[in-house]
Design a protein around this ligand. Structure first.
Ligand SMILES: Cn1cnc(CNC(=O)c2cc(-c3ccc(F)cc3)cc(O)c2O)c1
Ligand SMILES: [Mg+2]
Length: 214
């Protein structure tokens, strides 16, 4: 059967990137998306904002919802302190297989635990399966209609602590109106919007950073 876009992206990484060099993997994916085929990676503009938030938080426990091809996984993992691992959840097995190879090509496989499955099923398993008490940093980039139910799940499962940082992609495009309304109106969160653009386009989009107040 015809290759998928993520599989063509992997080929571009193997052709244009340097094995073991995360920066070259990020650049190869951005080049592919700008000059060959648009793909829904967080991209370079929003990716730089992601980098600055991860660096500021310097998290010990990290969760990413929506691995896709592993672009943001590589961006986050390359910034983590030695010994820190990030857990990333991906629903689509074909995308997960590509992401594993892109993460490995970047040389970051020892800093990443990629789990296949739905966030709704896996979030309640975090404590028992991975020995997580609470998450310091969570990046939401999966199905947009799952952002709100999943943040409520984090609260119910006791996975947030005073100061936990949630960073959400695509709050304007495709948009997550119910999630935005929740985090901006809830007294339990302090939220801040980072304006940017939809990856590799001039369309308005942005990231919402929400700090859990306990
Ligand atoms: C299959 N799948 C694996 N992960 C997901 C969840 N992510 C998205 O849906 C997603 C979609 C878009 C987007 C798509 C079409 C369009 F016209 C404009 C924007 C951008 C993003 O940054 C995204 O994260 C879906
Ligand atoms: Mg996104």
């Amino acid at each position: 059967t015809r290759s998928t876009r993520p599989q063509r992206m992997l080929k571009a990484v193997q052709k244009n990137g340097t094995k073991g060099n995360p920066e070259s993997v990020i650049s190869a994916i951005d080049y592919f998306c700008k000059h060959s085929e648009w793909a829904m990676n967080v991209g370079d503009e929003k990716g730089s904002i992601l980098d600055s938030v991860v660096t500021e938080v310097n998290p010990s426990t990290v969760l990413e919802l929506g691995t896709y091809c592993g672009y943001s996984t590589v961006r986050i993992a390359r910034l983590l302190s030695p010994g820190t691992k990030l857990i990333t959840l991906e629903f689509n097995p074909v995308n997960a297989a590509v992401a594993r190879q892109i993460i490995a090509y970047a040389g970051l496989q020892d800093k990443v635990i990629l789990v296949e499955g739905s966030s709704g099923d896996l979030i309640p398993q975090m404590k028992e399966r991975f020995g997580i008490m609470t998450f310091d940093f969570i990046f939401l980039d999966h199905w947009k209609d799952r952002y709100l139910p999943d943040i409520k799940l984090f609260e119910e499962c006791g996975l947030l602590r005073k100061g936990s940082v949630l960073l959400a992609d695509n709050v304007i495009c495709p948009g997550t109106p119910e999630y935005l309304e929740y985090v901006r109106n809830s007294p339990r969160y302090e939220s801040k919007y980072y304006p940017a653009h939809l990856e590799y386009t001039k369309v308005e989009d942005g990231l919402e950073k929400s700090v859990f107040l306990g």
